[in-house]
Write a protein that binds this ligand. Structure first.
Ligand code: FO1
Length: 336
């Protein structure tokens, strides 16, 4: 019986997967999963940024708002029924960045978080406090754990003909939100990652789990950064739990986001097999035991099994909670 499932999650893709996983647990469609199973979410914090004096944690907030039913489903981030008076007023003052939109309701979250950080609380304690409103009432057996309490930021080097070096480095959010990932990422830098320590409960959540899942989040700037926190990759490789991943690349491209640009920048083939081989089989020094690919990529299964991975082609589009629950069930079935 699986009683503790740990998911290494980014923002939108990971949050949607978690919705389906929780739906699957609640409806009893997941093979061998206890109806009172604990779910631990280790979330990426390298998308975080300081803006207008506030600490914004996009992946933590996307998971929290999504599972707490406060998310704007169309945007995939921020609050639904949002208003933008603060953003409009900031723009009226000519204050930059105007390209990063903080909704009025969302600002309250960042004010609480920033106040608590200023009072000396670590990000994990802040997250726990915010989740008392958003998650405890609806998902009492779910824990949302920042991958680290230390400051880590993903920055992206892009070509800049005006710069003496011919390139300049921008925060990941500027690359994604202002530039829409429309220019090649020459390299991705994870500022502070090598000096970071796993957040409270992170290594235990991996070691004590009965199953570890790498959902269809960005393998470079979401799951990649979580695995990059010193000690985490080793914990995943050492856990007694089976480790299974779901490909974020379907039919040769990402479903949403910028996985294609990120994978290209690190020289990984933009395919279901490319990502699976990038994570690698645990028996070959990697982190995975099993890897699910979409039916459109069934031709790549053999290459993955040859690399030591249990692999199967199943529908991987998270079109609704039942479809996502079926993906979670297939992932569990693959590695049981
Ligand atoms: N994404 C956008 O495309 N435009 C925005 O103005 C924007 C603001 C924003 C504010 C708070 C937040 O938690 C997320 C926000 N995002 C915005 C999404 C964010 O870039 C993504 O959630 C991840 O960082 C990328 O996966």
């Amino acid at each position: 019986m699986l009683k503790h499932i740990t998911v290494l999650s980014g923002g939108m893709g990971g949050a949607r997967f978690l919705q389906g996983l929780l739906h699957g647990i609640a409806t009893g469609v997941l093979p061998g999963v206890a109806p009172d199973a604990q779910v631990s979410v280790v979330a990426n914090t390298a998308d975080d940024l300081w803006v207008h004096g506030l600490k914004v944690c996009p992946d933590l907030d996307t998971v929290m708002y999504t599972l707490g039913d406060g998310i704007d489903l169309e945007r995939g981030w921020g609050r639904r029924e949002e208003t933008w008076s603060v953003k409009t007023e900031l723009a009226a003052y000519g204050v930059e960045p105007t390209w990063f939109g903080l909704g009025d309701r969302d600002v309250a979250t960042h004010l609480v978080r920033t106040q608590m950080l200023d009072a000396g609380y670590p990000l994990s304690a802040v997250t726990e406090a915010l989740c008392r409103r958003w998650l405890v009432p609806v998902h009492p057996r779910l824990r949302l754990l920042p991958m680290t309490d230390d400051r880590v930021e993903t920055h992206v080097a892009i070509a800049d003909p005006d710069a003496p070096s011919g390139r300049r480095v921008v925060h990941f959010q500027e690359y994604w939100v202002r530039l829409r990932a429309s220019v090649p990422a020459e390299s991705v830098l994870f500022v502070g990652l090598d000096e970071a320590t796993p957040g409270p409960g992170v290594l235990d959540a991996i070691t004590d789990a009965d199953l570890v899942v790498l959902p269809p989040s960005n393998p470079v700037v979401s799951v990649g950064t979580i695995l990059g926190v010193p000690g985490v990759r080793e914990a995943v490789r050492a856990t007694g739990a089976p480790v299974v991943g779901l490909s974020p690349i379907v039919g040769g491209t990402h479903v949403r986001g910028m996985a294609e640009q990120m994978l290209t920048s690190i020289g990984v083939q933009v395919s279901a097999a490319g990502v699976g081989l990038h994570y690698g089989a645990r028996s070959q020094g990697g982190v995975l035991d099993g890897w699910l690919v979409d039916e459109r990529d069934a031709a790549q299964v053999e290459r993955l099994t040859d690399a030591g991975l249990a692999c199967r082609a199943v529908p991987l589009m998270m079109t609704d909670h039942d479809a996502t629950a079926a993906m979670a069930a297939a992932a569990i079935d693959l590695v049981r």
